[in-house]
Design a protein around this ligand. Sequence first.
Ligand code: FES
Length: 177
Amino acid sequence: MNATHTEPIPNPLDRQAGFVVPAALEAEIDELISHYPAKRSASLMVLHAIQDRFGWISQEAVEWTTRKLDLQPIHVYELVTFYPMFRQQPMGKYQIKVCRTLSCALGGSHPLHEHFCGALGLDHTKHGPQTTKDGKFTVEFVECLAGCGTAPVMMVNDDFYESVSHAKADEILGKCK
Ligand code: FES
């Protein structure tokens, strides 16, 4: 199918002023695309590369990817909105993910989440990720992190923590500079 780039994105994502893909990243993305027989097959990898660089996927990022892969915006938008690993808003420098699946829920993940929200001035009753005003922390619930035997478990960025008491939570926060 020939791409005309005329179909609008159904519900526009957040805008990102000054979105520019640096030459080095574009070269990396071109290299990624070269591994696939059809450009479209590289969509997820391209989005991951963009998110690794910018931390989230904005409307501008979707439009750029659309042009890069000769697609319609909906083809990229549907991936960003389907897969939970793609972020649709800027995230904090430290992303705190508290598991809320059964073992962790029974092991105290809800009070733990509330503890983090209280410590960071966030509303634990709100749905979805919440980010502090200074952009330093994002707190959210996630599903099973595969550490069910040592509930409650959580992650800060790529670091994994088990059997997290409230005291341990404070210690973890204290290490986030
Ligand atoms: S239920 Fe929390 S890690 Fe599996």
